[in-house]
Design a protein around this ligand. Structure first.
Ligand SMILES: C[C@H](O)[C@@H](O)[C@@H](O)C(=O)CO
Ligand SMILES: [Mn+2]
Length: 596
């Protein structure tokens, strides 16, 4: 079993397809069987060809064995689905069927219904009827109804339907994939950061996840007792020597450490990387070495490392392990990122998890550090911000955790992008590594030293910044801002960067303004941000995040997603249609968390 096979030993959730039909035999049902089943198989083919699991394999669908004309066949499908690890269901039909008799009654499985827009048979009438049953029974479902009328025998999936099927499925698979996995908290609360107070009822009820905890002293034990794969360690250290160039030491001369100490710090941060990965995902190699218990791991899909301050006051910081694990590659080659939240900010960890499951690309963890108005940039550098940056920019920068993919050194059609690991070329891995230098950590902050990834994100990439917040009495609230990364002239970047800690990875971000709410100005985006951190995902994925949040019943307090892209369960509209944002709050609170 390779390391990757072991990590993905748990099967991924499948999508169950339910063709529902008018149950009347002797004419009606018989005339519809073929068309109904064909709708189901074409949806299955679409999803399998377009969507992937985190390991890069194609998404699998399970189609019910027969069309579902009544409760007996509905139960048979439910039984097949539970045997087959179905985590998301889609009902399809071209015709009228009996709502409560055919509907999917599983309350914690995200569900959608595509009612064919034709008029020979009334698929849309069923859609409306069954969606009303879903609302009435408190099992919200997504309704899909094509905008244009199709002819009776048409077997194609129109573009608007296709887009909704894919959006629903991406979000549904994300919700189903995190269920049953763990957040591993390594250490406790970092420097009073509330996001690192792990809230177990949030994880349990809203995400269906469990919480695992280890003390940071477990790293010390594993380092001292050599509980890591020593052969891998040799390979890793050699790879690091060759690919991770040590940058200039920015510490005042009297705080700079000598070569011997620096080598010790390199050795330690490599071991820390192996150990945190093994803590999260397990490692069969440890069992061969006699550490069977340790080989199991904590079933973690995301983790957080406290670091500051008890660990970092004495030992090298977690920046290297966080950056490398969050990247799409390491000394073993390309692989999907292991998510590690800096400062054990579990809520930013969850934001990274959402972005990761929706895109399969690496996430950039950052402090939302500075709003630079156009006037301030002009005053300090003489430069007039322009293009996407013309209304001001946010400086996203933190010591650790930013994935090296965040350099923007991967490309598609000549444009910088972040890709899923299976699309990244070996040259692009090299380019990400070359664009990064590893600067000795600022010793005034990090007495134990370590190395921070220093890079500058390429401009021009569409990205989405996300943050999950917890509010007492309200619960979780998501916020997001779509925008673009920005290139500044070298000297302008240098002047602004020198005012911060220039050894850290930097991303310049310009949110897209809409003229309303938090998106009236870049200042207001910063002003409304719920905490010190944000997670940055490649692409404008706001609509997918809104869909996912509604499945999990997490209201969204600010977003700049165009209205035409918003896709939530149909019942949301019954909470009001002129102010979707406040309807979202009411719907989430009435239906309650998905996995409660
Ligand atoms: C070095 C400092 O303690 C940083 O880690 C601090 O600015 C933060 O990142 C706070 O989130
Ligand atoms: Mn931080």
């Amino acid at each position: 079993m390779t390391h990757q096979d072991y990590r993905y030993k748990q099967a991924f959730p499948k999508i169950g397809i339910r063709p529902t039909i008018d149950g009347r035999r002797k004419g009606v049902r018989e005339s519809l069987e073929e068309q109904t089943m064909r709708m189901a198989t074409s949806v299955a083919e679409l999803l399998a060809s377009e969507l992937r699991y985190p390991d890069g394999s194609p998404v699998e669908c399970v189609v019910a064995e027969s069309c579902i004309g009544g409760v007996n066949e509905a139960a048979a499908a439910a039984e097949l689905f539970s045997r087959s690890n179905v985590g998301v269901t889609i009902t399809v039909t071209p015709c009228w069927c009996y709502g409560t008799e055919t509907m999917d009654m599983s309350p914690s499985i995200p569900t959608a219904i595509w009612g064919f827009n034709g008029t020979e048979r009334p698929g849309a009438v069923y859609l409306a009827a069954v969606l009303s049953a879903h609302a009435q029974k408190g099992i919200p479902a997504f309704g899909i109804y094509g905008e244009d009328v199709q002819d009776g025998g048409d077997t194609t999936i129109p573009d608007d339907v296709r887009e909704k099927l894919l959006r629903f499925s991406r979000a549904g698979l994300a919700a189903a994939t995190l269920k049953g996995r763990a957040y591993l908290s390594i250490g406790s609360v970092s420097m009073g950061i509330a996001g690192s107070i792990v809230n177990d009822s949030f994880f349990q009820e809203y995400l269906g996840m469990r919480n695992e905890y280890v003390d940071m002293s477990e790293l010390t034990r594993r380092i001292e007792e050599e509980i890591y794969d020593p052969e891998e360690y040799k390979l890793a250290l050699a790879w690091v020597k060759e690919n991770c160039s040590e940058g200039q030491d920015n510490n005042p001369a009297h705080l700079q450490t000598d070569r011997k100490r620096k080598e010790y710090e390199w050795e330690t941060v490599v071991k820390m990387t192996q150990i945190v990965r093994d803590l999260m995902a397990g490692n069969p190699k440890l069992a061969e070495l006699g550490f069977t218990e340790e080989s199991m791991g904590h079933h973690a899909i995301v983790s957080g490392f406290q670091g500051q301050r008890q660990w970092t006051d004495h030992s090298p910081n977690g920046d290297f392990l966080e950056s490398i694990l969050n990247s799409s590659f390491d000394w073993n080659g390309k692989r999907s990122p292991y998510l590690v939240a800096t400062e054990n900010d579990s809520l930013n960890g969850v934001s990274m998890l959402f972005g990761s499951l929706l895109t399969h690309t690496a996430q950039i963890f950052a402090d939302v550090r500075t709003y630079w108005s156009t006037d301030s940039v002009k005053r300090v550098t003489g430069h007039q911000l322009e293009g996407n940056a013309k209304d001001g920019i946010l400086h996203l920068i933190n010591s650790g955790s930013a994935a090296l993919d965040g350099t923007g050194q991967q490309s598609k059609e000549g444009k910088p992008v972040l890709k899923p690991f299976w699309e990244i070329t070996d040259e692009e891995v090299q380019d990400c590594l070359k664009a990064t230098s590893w600067r000795p950590a600022s010793v005034e902050y990090f007495r134990g030293g370590g190395y921070s990834a220093d890079f500058l994100t390429k401009g021009g990439m569409p990205v989405t910044m996300t943050r999950l917040n917890l509010v007492k009495g309200l619960g979780p609230v998501l916020q997001l801002a779509q925008g673009y990364t920005v290139d500044l002239p070298d000297d302008v970047h240098d002047t602004l960067d020198q005012r911060t800690d220039p050894t850290w990875p930097s991303t310049w971000f310009a949110p897209v303004l809409t003229g309303s709410g938090a998106f009236t100005s870049v200042y207001e985006v910063m002003n409304q941000w719920g905490a010190n951190h944000g997670s940055i995902s490649y692409g404008h994925i706001g609509a997918d995040l809104l869909t996912l949040a509604s499945m999990l019943r997490i209201p969204v307090s600010m977003h700049n997603v165009p209205e035409s892209e918003i896709f939530r369960p149909r019942a949301w509209g019954l909470f009001g249609t002129s102010e979707p944002e406040s309807a979202d709050y009411r719907a989430c609170s009435v239906f309650g968390p998905l996995y409660r």
